[in-house]
Every structure is written in C-alpha cells, then in structure tokens.
Design a protein around this ligand. Structure first.
Ligand code: FRU
Length: 504
C-alpha cells in the first residue's frame, strides 16, 4: 500500500468516528470524513452496490483528490469502506479525478479514473498557466485493479492520453472516463474533453482488454449553447432510445430549462454503433433544483437504470462555516425511464423498505390560508401530495404550496402556480445567512390545478419529484433538526390527498 493511501486510511479510522449518525443524513451517502464531490465507480459488484466518490479526507474543502468508497445492498443504507485510491503515481500525483468501475472477466474490479499531473518544461516551469495563475495539469485516464476493498494501480498507466485525442483538443481538460462493456465483450470508454473551440466534447474510445485503447468518435459537442467545458459523461440505452448525459460548466440560463453556472443536461437520440455516431433528437436538464451535479448511472441486476448525483452546487461550496465535520452528499438513487419523449425519474423502489408510520388524509381542503395534518411532520419523510383538478379544466386556486423543515420563522417550501405553469422551490427562510441561490423554478403544465408532488426529506435536504417523475428538483438544507413541521397553504381554494411515511 502506498504511503498516501495508508495515511488516508489511518486518518479516517481515527476521525470518522467523531461524526455521529445523527449528524449525517440517514440515507444519503456523505463522506466518511472531510469532503466529497462527484459519484465515481457506481457499480454492482459481487452482489452489492459500490459507490466511490471524489474525496479529500483531511478537510471539508476540496483538496488533492482520493477516491472514497462505500457499499450498499439497496443504495440507501451505505457502509463505509476504506479509501480506495490515493494520488501516488507519476500520472496522478496531483489527484485522482472522477471515473468509473467495471467487473473484469477474471472477477476482479477495474477502476478507470482521471489522473492529474503537473508537466513542466525543460526549465522546470509549468507547461501552461491558467488565466487565474495556477498551472494547468495534464489529464490522462488510468487503471487500478482490485477486489472490492483494495486496489492497485496498473503498470501500464496512463491507458489513454493526449495522443489518443483528435488534433487540437486539450490535454489539460480531458477527464471522467465512464467505461462499459458492449454485447460483443469489447469495452467502450466515454470521456469529456475541451475541443479546438474551447468547448465541451463527448468522446468515445474502444478497447479489447481495458489497457490498450483507440479513439472511435466524437459523440456530441457544445456549440456554445450547453455551457463550455463538459464533465462526467454517461451513455446508455433506455426504453428503445439512447441517452447521453453530462454536466456543463459556465452555462447561460435558457428559459426555465437551464440555469446559470454549473448544470446538468442530457440528450435523447439514436446511435449507430458501427460509426460511433450519436444523433441528438432533444435535450433537457436532468434536475431543475439548486443542488445537483455530475450524476452517474448503474444498471441494476433486474435491468433498471438508476442514477445518483452529487447533491451540491460548485458555486456555493466555499460559503460556509468551518463547524461542519463533513461536506457534500449524494442524491437518493433515482430510477430513470422515458415518457412522452422526455427522461423521467422517481426514487428507486428500495425506498419502500424504509417506509413506516403511514398517515393518509383524503380531500383535505385549504382556502386562503394554511393547514396542518395530524401525524404529518418530520425530517426523514416520503410524502406524496396530490392536488385535485378544478371544475371545467380550470384551477380553483392561484397557488398551492407545501412548507417543510418548519418552526417559528424557519421553513422551506415548494409551490405550484397553475396559471403560470411553474413549480418553485424556495429555501430563503431555511436559516441560511449567505446570499446564494435560494429559489429555482421549473416549467410544469397543469392549468386545471392537478399536480402531484412527492417530497423526500432527509435531515439536510429536500428532493421533490413532480407528476410521477416528470421533473425533479433538489436542494440541500442547513435548517436545525428541531424544525420538523409540515403545512399546506393556498391562495384560492385547493383540495388535496396526502400519503406520508417516515423513513427509518
Ligand atoms: C466535476 C469535476 C470532474 C472532476 C472532479 C474533480 O464536479 O470537476 O470533472 O473529475 O470534479 O474533483
């Protein structure tokens, strides 16, 4: 074991127990200790789900990247495993960036990840300098092989580097390999890269043995409309179509579809495996909330496509006090499917194993005010609220909303305005003291006032699923745990049904 890996494992062994279970979400994965960003190597291996993640154990801020590791039977209850890999070879000296995991023919597990290296000129100065004065790191794709706990870097690293790239593309922005095995047994690697125009490109490489790779095709590129550099690619077949997804830096807002900053997008289309050409038919955001980035998917043994994202937002990560013992959390696992030409997502069905204390209320009425329902409160909750349609296709209310994490002046909310066709999430009264994004809206039709809101709460977050998966909106919350009230409000007259479970 390398010194750096040994040191990380020793550090987490000592310091992770300082974080109590109550200080973490109950069923969202957080770092063992310190900092977490992107999900990595989301996979099913030897009968269990494995999740690795971008990890810096020594601080709650981003630092030289390691891969943290956890496993789970159901993707909700996670068990921590020791740090999987640390920066310790020439090509990953500055950090082990995002990547994926795949089972090898001999039963071992391969991790394919981006290594960052500072290359210098003959005089010892960096090869290139970024506009902010920091040196550029060369990014290459690397291989580590292991048994589900311990991994060793392969002796053939890097396995994909600048010499595999189309001419003129950047060796400094080339990362986040997602490796899958095709039906014929060969391997495909999807990776993102900055092209000649300085914009994001989605590339495919092919290999027979995971060690020797060839460039195959450019599957998609930004023409300036979907941000600049792309990150964290994924590609899979779903319900007879192909879905290409990635995250984008420096996006410009576009209606209510895409927001400014770092965002997620996906393209639905067709794919020709002979040529490696993907033909895009439509695109959409993946999550319309505030905190969601860099999602990765896995295929479950029963054939479902499940996605988990980093439930955080790069623009806000440094605005916090140093009191927290961990920073960064994953979303819940979400089952993906296509409906009416759009990607939809719902909480993975394993959540039902945590259901307890069922409360139902039918045809509850609220008019120009708010109501509470006996037994409906809590901060670890799965609650579905179904608002009824008005008569003659017209809503009987101007707005309807649900407040949660509520106590005295504290609350967060989700609100639907049928005439505007928007759902808004809002956390400005969540106890935050920073001027970051606290509200976001998504376009949702429902002029007749009918809407279904499924709200998942887990101590430090809210994930809202609208109309059986049509859109998802996620946000983190720092609200004190004693704020556990839930109430329903309307302007006009609304009638709704509620089914609520505690999640245990
Ligand atoms: C996305 C990302 C990846 C990179 C990693 C570094 O959030 O920037 O592109 O591999 O984080 O931690």
């Amino acid at each position: 074991m390398s010194q750096n890996l040994d040191k990380a494992r020793e550090y987490e062994r000592i310091h992770a127990p300082e974080i109590t279970d109550e200080e973490r979400p109950a069923f969202h994965l957080t770092p063992y200790v310190g900092w977490m960003n992107d999900p990595n190597g989301f996979s099913y291996y030897k009968g269990e789900y494995h999740m690795f993640y971008q990890y810096y154990p020594y601080d709650t801020h981003w630092g030289p990247m390691h891969w943290g590791h956890a496993k789970s039977a159901d993707m909700y209850k996670w068990e921590f495993l020791p740090t999987a890999i640390a920066p310790d070879i020439q090509t990953d000296k500055e950090g082990c960036f995002s990547g994926s995991a795949i089972t090898m023919p001999d039963g071992r597990q391969a991790l394919i990840y981006t290594g960052c290296e500072l290359e210098t000129k003959e005089d010892g100065t960096p090869l290139a300098i970024q506009p902010d004065g920091n040196p550029f790191w060369t990014q290459t794709q690397n291989l580590a092989i292991g048994d589900g706990v311990d991994y060793e870097k392969a002796d053939c690293n890097p396995i994909i580097n600048e010499f595999h790239l189309p001419e003129g593309n950047s060796r400094f922005d080339f990362r986040d390999p997602k490796v899958v095995q095709a039906a014929d047994g060969t391997y495909r690697c999807y990776a993102v890269n900055r092209n000649k125009e300085g914009l994001g490109a989605f590339l495919q490489f092919v290999s027979k043995d995971l060690r020797t790779w060839e460039f195959k095709s450019v599957m998609a590129e930004s023409h300036g409309e979907l941000g600049r550099m792309w990150e964290c690619p994924d590609f899979f077949e779903l319900d007879g179509k192909y879905v290409l997804l990635a995250s984008a830096q420096d996006m410009l807002a576009e209606d209510l579809e895409y927001h400014t900053g770092n965002g997620t997008f996906l393209m639905i289309g067709s794919y020709d495996d002979e040529t490696g050409v993907f033909t895009r038919e439509s695109d959409q955001a993946i999550d319309y909330g505030i905190d969601f980035y860099a999602p990765q998917t896995v295929e479950t043994p029963d054939g479902r496509r499940v996605m988990i994202g980093w439930m955080q937002n790069w623009d806000a990560v440094n605005l916090r006090t140093n009191a927290c013992k961990w920073y960064g959390q994953m979303s819940i696992p979400r089952e993906l499917f296509l409906r009416d030409g759009r990607l939809c997502q719902v909480p993975s069905r394993e959540i039902e194993n945590m259901w307890a204390d069922k409360v139902t209320a039918d045809s509850v009425q609220v008019a120009d005010g708010s109501v509470t329902i006996p037994g409906v409160s809590g901060r670890r909750v799965d609650m579905t609220v179904k608002v009824h349609a008005g008569e003659n296709g017209k809503a009987s209310y101007d707005l309807f909303g649900v407040r949660f994490a509520e106590k005295d002046s504290l609350h967060s909310e989700v609100e639907f305005r049928p005439s505007e066709g928007t759902v808004k999430i809002d956390r400005k009264f969540s106890g935050t003291r920073r001027a970051i994004v606290h509200q976001r809206r998504a376009a949702v039709a429902g002029e007749d006032g009918a809407i279904t809101l499924r709200i998942i709460l887990d101590r430090f977050s809210a994930e809202i699923f609208i109309n059986d998966g049509e859109k998802a909106m996620s946000m983190t919350l720092i609200t004190e745990q004693e704020a556990d009230g839930i109430s329903f409000y309307a302007k006009g007259e609304a009638e709704f049904d509620v089914v609520k479970y505690n999640l245990v």
